[in-house]
Design a protein around this ligand. Structure first.
Ligand code: AMP
Length: 427
């Protein structure tokens, strides 16, 4: 098969690594890719926002499957445009991508189909939103309706913070994405990520994961795109796994089908494990980054037939097998991230790091110049490892990091701490 992967981050490097390992694949391209992806695929300088250009490339190269990594092209309807041109693509169409593209859309679906979530209101003007905040008090959560690059949520611990968030959103801080605002109940509990595949009718679970959003150890400092992750999370017991599938994932897939906009692709549910059971607080319609990296490491089955089954409505009799090991990934970022940082600094020791048992280094933001690997983004590397336990995976990942020579980079040293504390307590 000829496959084209869209995207350029660590998520896409992990996908490229997994797709390239499939015996079904004769050639893999990635647009635009990065220096690590270039080892698995031929990188092409296509503008993925230009759907006509992507279609033209697919036609010229007899592409049989397009795999879409990030959310922006999904929300822009690239899967529909490819389908219209007769090209199969893994990911939801534009309507189904609203599960990520509009918080209000997802809340309405939850209400219609009885999916457990925080109580909420949806507002198109500041006065009504402020009245809701005054009525319900703090803590309360204010969310821009649309895509805001992960920055559109304010968890307000005081009423003043909530009011400021409402004002900021209706003042246009997130442009069109903030023209509507969802305000919801503050959920108390442990937050986990849960991934499932859907072919529009059937959903099958992938795995659970835990990410680490804050930039510094002990969950200090500003939020980021994610500084590390591990899978599985011990807090998703078989019982909770069953509840998430039955109460959240399956009703979502059934609801989307009933509405005539079936969801095909990866459903990534942000779930709070509350005293009343698991509650959904957000959907994403693609793999998480860096959660995808740990999922790909743990997946034993070939991913390509699973993606084809999603596109073709054939998930019903599908099963995905997993390695029993835990996987953990640590993000190495450029000093200064998530604020300003320098590009073009030199990274050495990557081959040395990759030689360690169970270790895989994925590139998130790198370029190659004259044989050297240079940092080219905020999040730059994902140093990943498998281990019999999270403790072992963590030890291996940090041993690999200690072999990487990059004076301008940094990472958290405590990725996986929740599971590590738990494993130590159980001993
Ligand atoms: P989101 O962009 O929806 O993932 O929200 C960003 C972060 O805000 C999440 O990772 C949660 O930590 C937090 N959050 C979102 N919704 C709620 C909620 N209803 N209650 C408490 N925390 C929330």
């Amino acid at each position: 098969m000829h496959i084209l992967l869209l995207g350029s981050g660590g998520r896409e490097h992990a996908l490229a690594w997994k797709i390239a390992a499939s015996p079904l694949v004769t050639k893999l391209w990635c647009a635009p890719g990065n220096a690590g992806i270039a080892r698995e695929a031929e990188c092409v300088a296509l503008d993925i926002a230009d759907h006509a250009a992507v279609i033209g490339f697919c036609k010229r190269n007899a592409i049989e499957l397009v795999v879409v990594g990030p959310e922006t092209p999904l929300a822009a309807g690239i899967v529909d445009d490819l389908a219209d041109a007769g090209i199969k693509a893994f990911g939801p169409g534009k309507q189904a991508a609203l599960l990520e593209g509009s918080k209000g859309f997802t809340k309405a679906l939850c209400t219609e189909f009885g999916i457990p979530t925080a109580s909420y209101g949806r507002f198109g003007n500041a006065a009504d939103a402020l009245a809701y905040v005054r009525e319900h008090g703090a803590p309360i959560v204010v969310k821009a309706d649309g895509l805001a690059a992960g920055k559109g949520v304010v968890v307000a611990m005081t009423r003043a913070e909530a009011e400021a968030a409402v004002a900021m959103m209706f003042d246009g801080a997130f442009g069109k994405a903030g023209a509507e605002v969802v305000i919801e109940e503050y959920l108390v509990g442990r937050e986990i990520s849960f991934f499932a595949l859907s072919d529009g009718e059937t959903a099958i679970a992938l795995a659970s994961a835990q990410d680490h959003k804050r930039v510094f150890d002990q969950d200090q400092g500003p939020n980021t795109g994610g500084m590390g992750a591990y899978s599985p999370t011990p807090f998703v017991t078989p019982e909770i796994h069953g509840q998430i599938m039955e109460k959240i994932i399956r009703p979502t897939v059934a609801g989307m089908k009933a509405r005539g906009t079936p969801f095909r692709g990866v459903l990534y549910a942000g779930v709070m494990l509350t005293a009343e059971g698991p509650k959904l607080f957000e959907y994403n319609v693609r793999f998480g980054d860096p959660e995808c990296q740990v999922l790909m490491l743990r997946m034993m089955s070939d991913i390509v037939p699973a993606m084809l089954a999603c596109c073709d409505g054939q998930l019903k009799n599908f099963d995905i097998r997993w390695f029993s090991e835990a996987a953990l990934t640590v993000v190495m970022a450029a000093r200064g991230y998530p604020g300003d940082y320098a590009k073009g600094t030199r990274i050495e020791g990557l081959d040395d790091a990759s030689m360690l048992d169970g270790v895989e280094v994925f590139h998130a933001g790198t370029i190659e110049k004259e044989g050297a690997i240079l940092a080219n983004g905020g999040r730059v590397l994902n140093v990943c490892a498998l281990g019999r336990t999270v403790v072992e995976a963590q030890r291996r990942a940090y041993a690999a990091i200690d072999r990487i020579r990059w004076v301008d980079g940094f990472c958290r040293r405590d990725i996986g701490w929740q599971a590590v504390e738990r494993e130590k307590a159980l001993k």
